[in-house]
Structure formats: structure tokens, C-alpha cells
Design a protein around this ligand. Structure first.
Ligand code: SME
Length: 155
């Protein structure tokens, strides 16, 4: 199972590279990237999308797949902002145990957030929610970090 997951994720990275091709439009690329991740994780996730860090430290909703989400995540509050502060991938096995978690979709039980860092600054984050507890592990973390690394060229 783990072996399959690694193999499939490597294929997805190739697909992402193909998909990006020469197009530099950020919104278009992140829109397709969120769709690609939704197709990959399918029912294992209920929300996937990007938030953009703005000057006052808030995060603003970007391209996503899933239910309507919070448009603005205030500086310092929630899982996405924790990933911004720590500048590290954040995995929460049970969001109900995380103080300050912002519940955009009541179905979410676990979450992973990957900060996208350019020149030492977070510019966007990738946020994925799952209805399953403890959905995300180090394999997801490594794969999604590579996924974001590919996207960084167009940010
Ligand atoms: N749960 C996130 C908010 C974004 S939604 O999950 C789409 C957080 O606590 O930052």
C-alpha cells in the first residue's frame, strides 16, 4: 500500500510538470493544481486549496476544490497561520484538538498545510482537509512538499 502511494505520487508530480508546461499565470496553475490533488486523493479529502499571504499577515482564499471556504484567515489564528509562523509543514491528526482551528467544513477531521516559501518568505500555503482522522503522514508531507516546489517556479 505504502509502495503504491509513493509510486502514484511520483506519477502525479510528472503530471503536474506536464500540466504547467510554459504557462506562468498563477491563478490558472493553482486552479489546475488543486483539481489534480482532488482527483489524486479523491474521497480521502474534502477540501484542497491555496491561500495567499498578504501584507498585514492575513491569508486570502485562492483557487480550491471543495465547499465554500473562509475568505480571510486572520494573522496568527488557525492551522494555516501556524504553518506560516513556523515556516514548516503542519500535520494535525485531529483538528478538534487544535486550539484555534478554523472549521470551514464541518466534515474535516484532519489537516495538512504546506507553506510555499520564496526568498525566505511564505507567499502561499497549500491546505488540505480530510474527513478521516490522521489521514496525512510523512509520505504525504514529502510528496506535497515536492508538489509545491514545482509550483514555486510560477509564483
Ligand atoms: N482549517 C484552516 C482554515 C481553512 S479551511 O480548512 C479551508 C485553518 O485552521 O487555518
Amino acid at each position: 500500500m505504502k509502495k503504491d502511494k509513493i509510486k502514484d505520487s511520483k506519477l502525479l508530480l510528472l503530471q503536474l510538470k506536464e500540466l504547467i508546461n510554459d504557462e506562468k499565470d498563477v491563478i490558472a496553475q493553482l486552479a489546475n493544481a488543486s483539481s489534480l490533488l482532488k482527483m489524486f486523493y479523491h474521497d480521502a479529502i474534502n477540501w484542497v486549496g491555496f491561500y495567499r499571504l498578504v501584507d498585514n499577515g492575513d491569508l486570502i482564499l485562492g483557487p480550491f476544490q471543495g465547499k465554500i471556504a473562509c475568505v480571510r484567515l486572520k494573522k496568527g489564528i488557525g492551522v494555516c497561520q501556524k504553518a506560516v509562523i513556523d515556516q514548516k509543514t503542519t500535520i494535525i491528526d485531529d483538528v478538534h484538538q487544535f486550539s484555534g482551528h478554523i472549521a470551514c467544513d464541518a466534515e474535516s477531521n484532519s489537516e495538512i498545510v504546506i507553506p510555499m516559501i520564496v526568498d525566505d518568505n511564505v507567499v502561499w500555503v497549500l491546505d488540505i482537509d480530510s474527513p478521516n482522522y490522521a489521514q496525512f503522514d510523512h509520505i504525504d508531507s514529502e510528496f506535497l512538499t515536492e508538489f509545491c516546489q514545482i509550483l514555486k517556479d510560477i509564483l
